[in-house]
Design a protein around this ligand. Structure first.
Ligand SMILES: Nc1ncnc2c1ncn2[C@@H]1O[C@H](COP(=O)(O)OP(=O)(O)OP(=O)(O)O)[C@@H](O)[C@H]1O
Ligand SMILES: [Mg+2]
Length: 264
């Protein structure tokens, strides 16, 4: 149900390499929302995602899956593995498997579907992620372009129809058209499937096009300094956040696909 709390993050600290990156992070992820995570390079965005999906346990604070009245600690005995899909920053696929085998793997691990059903579902998700060519299914990941690998990783993240999808910079390094198509995919997942998406992104076009709320992690303050709708933060947020959300823009822009944005 839209607006329901899926995940609750309370007083979370992020550490990496013996250093505290962030502290006191508290926010909810709501069903059906796109929550963008922003901040300067190195502020801890990817580290935060690793904490949200249970890959890295926090030194302080908690991440709890609370959808449907459950209280499941992400690091506990019954973590919400099936409920959270993830595509990492590097779009990591297993190089020893074909693209199709990569996408089918979660179905093999978590469902009782037989082989033809798994293949059908994986092909459907590849098409949904913008890889409709049947040949892609049998391709080696190494033979795909960077953008195609990212899309395949998103297909794999989607294959169990998770209520929450975590995407780490899905459009970084992609050409503007492919990037805009990814925004369309995110929008469709949100609107048609009701998937909530935690999206790490530097791309302002993408952020203004798809994000319902932005969580801003300040690299100096080492904590979140803003959480709210992107246009509201751009106009009324703290100075550093306003600067981040208007960089490269002559005036506060409303067009989601402004061609002049970050042309370099
Ligand atoms: N396993 C690790 N060991 C040591 N340092 C790490 C480790 N993982 C991350 N770091 C450091 O922690 C900091 C935050 O890393 P993280 O990848 O979370 O940043 P980020 O906000 O995602 O940055 P970017 O925008 O460049 O992707 C960086 O300075 C990084 O070098
Ligand atoms: Mg990162």
């Amino acid at each position: 149900m839209a607006g329901e709390v899926l995940m609750r993050v309370e007083n979370l600290s992020l550490h990496a390499g013996g250093r505290e990156l962030q502290r006191g992070l508290s926010f909810d992820v709501l069903a059906g929302e796109v929550l963008a995570i922003c901040g300067a390079s190195g502020c801890g965005k990817s580290t935060l995602l690793r904490h949200l999906i249970g890959l890295q346990a926090p030194r302080a604070g908690s991440v709890t899956w609370v959808a449907g009245g459950a209280q499941r600690d992400v690091y506990g005995d019954d973590p919400p593995r099936r409920e959270i899909g993830v595509a990492f920053q590097a779009g990591a696929l297993w190089s020893s498997m074909t693209v199709g085998e990569n996408v089918m793997l979660p179905l093999e691990l978590h469902t009782g579907l037989d082989e033809p059903q798994r293949e059908q579902q994986a092909r459907f998700k590849l098409a949904l992620a913008g890889l409709p060519d049947p040949a892609t299914f049998d391709a080696e990941p190494a033979s795909l372009s960077g953008g195609m690998r990212k899309r395949a990783a998103i297909a794999r993240a989607l294959v169990l129809d998770p209520p929450l999808l975590c995407l780490d910079e899905p459009s970084a390094g992609l050409d503007p058209l492919t990037s805009a198509r990814l925004d369309d995919l995110i929008q469709r997942l949100k609107d048609d499937v009701g998937t909530a998406i935690v999206l790490v992104t530097h791309e302002l076009d993408s952020l203004f096009a798809v994000a319902d709320r932005v969580l801003f992690l300040d690299v100096q303050a080492r904590t979140a300094t803003a959480l709210g709708p992107p246009a509201e933060l751009r106009d009324h947020g703290p100075a550093a956040v306003r600067e981040f959300l208007t960089r490269g823009r002559a005036a506060p822009a409303h067009a989601p696909h402004d061609e002049n944005e970050e042309a370099a």
